[in-house]
Design a protein around this ligand. Structure first.
Ligand SMILES: Cc1cc2nc3c(=O)[nH]c(=O)nc-3n(C[C@H](O)[C@H](O)[C@H](O)COP(=O)(O)O)c2cc1C
Length: 329
């Protein structure tokens, strides 16, 4: 049985900010780091149910390790395969999340991801089967539609099928990342359904808590704003708990010289990145040094000397070598 404290809405009522699933970003190291900084929890990169049932997925992609909460995101199209895959990984999962939002042609050509939004009944059949047959809370993540918006029908089906939480990215799949996220649409779902709702799209500033939380959604899901920037969760929590203190600190920071601010930023980002690497060390990501090189570029973007660091990182072969370079940076 699910423990009380392991229900998405309960967890998110306590801490209403969470890291969005992101391919090539939300690995175990990054999810752990963001959880430590205040994200209620993180979700794995999208993982194919077909690959899972054929044992073609490295365990490191979905293992729980030291996370308090692990949400595993699955994509596919056949409800039975979803169930088989979920049963295979559920010992590592607190929640199972379903991807109904991926706009990639390669995923959509396989009738998976956002293309499923074209037919809300398809969405329902997947959610319903997982809710009935897998004893973990099932959550879903959608966009507003594929080309045409279908979000209200989809949200209603997801709710009626028994999902525990719905995350909505306020764009259609065809829009990919263009334009602004449509928060009016997210608000419409909030007004017309009772499912616990996480709003997602273009959240980067704590002031958006006042704009959206409680009026458009119950909690905020943060994607690109968190890439290389785990501190965003700490900032959001600080703003929520003591807005005046947060704003005062921001003002004080602005009064420092540019050099001093850069120095502080570099020190903070180095600390974060070394913690990120520490969380990877005890698992088998050694083979994925290229991914760590990318993450380093996200963490150190805009910091002086980053070009040289990038060149040096291209040469390294192990996490230990990355650690050494970053320590000396
Ligand atoms: C690099 C990258 C990878 C992503 N991978 C996934 C994914 O694996 N699963 C998913 O549901 N959404 C994925 N997304 C979408 C994000 O979860 C999120 O919905 C989107 O970025 C909008 O939120 P944002 O404006 O806060 O970034 C990805 C986004 C980015 C930028």
């Amino acid at each position: 049985m699910t423990q009380d404290n392991k229900i998405p809405s309960k967890v998110l009522k306590q801490t209403p900010f969470l890291l969005a699933p992101m391919d090539e970003v939300t690995d175990i190291g990054f999810r752990t780091l963001c959880e430590e900084e205040g994200s209620a929890y993180g979700t794995t990169e999208l993982t194919s149910v077909d690959a899972l049932v054929r044992d073609r997925v490295m365990e490191s992609r979905y293992k729980k390790e030291n996370l308090k909460i692990n949400s595993i995101q699955l994509f596919g199209h056949n409800p039975q395969t979803f169930v088989d895959a979920a049963k295979k990984v559920k010992h590592e999962a607190d929640f199972i999340d379903i991807n109904f939002g991926c706009p990639s042609a390669c995923v959509n050509s396989n009738d998976s991801g956002a293309i499923l939004l074209k037919d809300p009944k398809n969405v329902r059949s997947i959610v319903e089967k997982l809710v009935k047959e897998v004893d973990r809370p099932i959550t879903a993540k959608i966009r507003l539609g594929y080309e045409k918006t279908t979000y209200l029908d989809v949200a209603r089906e997801v709710e009626e099928a028994g999902a525990s939480m719905l995350a909505v990215h306020g764009r259609t799949a065809k829009q990919k990342y263009s334009g602004k996220a449509n928060w009016d649409a997210i608000q419409e779902i909030y007004d017309k359904t009772d499912i616990f709702l996480c709003g997602n799209g273009d959240i980067t500033k704590p002031e958006q808590i006042d704009e959206y939380m409680g009026s458009h959604c119950d909690a905020l899901m943060i994607g690109r704003g968190a890439i290389g920037n785990p501190k965003i969760f700490k900032d959001f929590l600080e703003y929520k708990n003591n807005k005046n203190q947060f704003l005062k600190k921001q003002e004080e920071l602005k009064e420092l010289s540019r050099e001093k601010r850069d120095e502080i930023k570099k020190r903070e980002q180095k600390e974060y990145f070394l913690r990120y690497l520490h969380h990877l060390k005890h698992i088998t990501l050694q083979r994925e040094v290229y991914r760590i090189q990318h993450q380093a570029m996200y963490f150190f973007k805009g910091i002086s000397g980053v070009k040289e660091l990038r060149q040096q990182l291209m040469q390294v072969k192990t996490i230990d070598e990355v650690i050494k370079l970053v320590e000396e940076f």
